[in-house]
Design a protein around this ligand. Structure first.
Ligand SMILES: *Cc1c(COP(=O)(O)O)cnc(C)c1O
Length: 355
């Protein structure tokens, strides 16, 4: 029986996408070949790539002065690649530390220029999004993590600044509309809300490139991938194909406005139960709660294993919290139906009733 998958990533994708992708592994587009064995120079693959890019541009309303790339190396490679391409040795970038992923981004960027850590919520175990800090106007860019997958916080408003924002959107890309013009660069590992692991989406405003003196290895230079349409080397054909199918699905759902409303309804349902149920409590400031990853703990350590056992026996998968927060984390990405959240809420109620 198919489980309700609350895993934080790799994560749920639409069931129809799994089915279509598995058919393509046997025979893709009537070619008599598997998608896994076709050339990345074939017209069939090029059509997949072009459809994926145009769906991204359409769904996120990306202006003409931006490029959309599919790269490899995960969001983790973007931690250094963004700084290497954008930040000169004697220049300063601003970073906001909202969790383990931003801390990793800061560590990598430090090798390429000065880092001004403008704010951090570390002293409260990353339970909130810092606000009201000063953003110097001479920063090369401001790096943010839009959604903190591990800690369950999410920006509801972008800081007011003219400095270009570089943003790690790995775990909430395509969950809500974006004013792309506010961003110089957006990156996202696919495996949270877009597709399978193995490919990373990068959206970049062209005019921020080409301004550093250092030698950038060919594979790590965004300009290489722009010139070669993300196929300088062999791209991950299958992950890009699955992303394209997921984007088609998203468009058929009605696009990002519709999915945002659904995501808000799912999050409200779960957070209302976390707040109501005497066995659980949320771990983050209410105003900063993520619509994608809800983190919560039990009110009695004895409940922890018992609740996970109950989840296990009721087909609910992936709710164990990250070790740095403990307790539970329920990830509710785009592809999750509200029925799965209803199932989790019912199990939370059952747990409370049984005590
Ligand atoms: C998962 C995640 C990452 C790491 O992505 P990889 O593709 O595994 O490198 C980085 N940032 C955020 C916000 C994430 O959720």
């Amino acid at each position: 029986m198919k489980k309700h998958n609350f895993s934080s990533g790799p994560a749920i994708l639409p069931q129809s996408v799994f089915e279509e992708a598995s058919n393509a592994c046997v025979d893709f587009a009537g070619m008599g070949l598997s998608i896994l064995e076709i050339s990345h120079r074939s017209p069939e693959y090029v059509a997949v790539y072009e459809e994926a890019i145009s769906l991204i541009i359409e769904l996120l309303q990306i202006p003409d002065d931006y490029e959309v790339l599919f790269l490899t190396g995960g969001a983790s490679s973007q931690f250094f690649m963004s700084a290497m391409n954008l930040l000169e040795k004697n220049e300063t970038a601003g970073y906001v530390d909202t969790g383990s992923w931003s801390a990793k981004a800061i560590k990598e960027a430090q090798n390429f220029g000065h880092i001004n850590m403008l704010a951090s919520s570390k002293e409260k175990n990353y339970t909130y999004i810092p606000k009201g800090y000063t953003i110097p106007s001479n920063l090369k860019y401001l790096h943010l993590t839009s959604n903190n997958t591990i800690f369950g916080t999410q920006y509801k408003e972008w800081p007011d600044t003219s400095v270009p924002i570089v943003c790690d959107m790995s775990s909430d890309i395509f969950s809500q509309e974006l004013d792309i013009q506010r961003f110089g660069l957006i990156y996202a590992g696919a495996q949270k809300n877009l597709g399978p692991a193995g490919v990373t989406l990068v959206i970049i405003r062209k005019d921020i490139l080409g301004k550093v003196e250092r030698v950038i290895p060919t594979m790590l230079d965004y300009k290489t991938h722009i010139a070669k349409k993300s196929a300088f080397n062999t791209p991950p054909v299958f992950p890009i194909y699955v992303c394209m199918l997921t984007l088609r699905w998203l468009k058929a759902q009605g696009g990002i406005g519709v999915i945002k409303t659904k995501n808000a309804a799912k999050a409200k349902l779960l957070y209302d139960e976390i707040d109501r149920n005497s066995c659980f409590q949320g771990t983050t400031d209410k105003g900063d709660r993520s619509t994608m990853n809800a983190t919560f703990v039990s009110t009695n350590a004895d409940y922890d294993q018992a609740f996970l056992d109950l989840c296990n026996s009721t087909n609910i998968s992936g709710v164990k919290g990250h070790r740095s927060v403990g307790g539970f984390r329920a990830s509710m990405y785009n592809a999750m139906d509200i029925g799965s959240v209803e199932a989790l809420v019912a199990v939370m109620k059952e747990f409370e009733d049984k005590l």
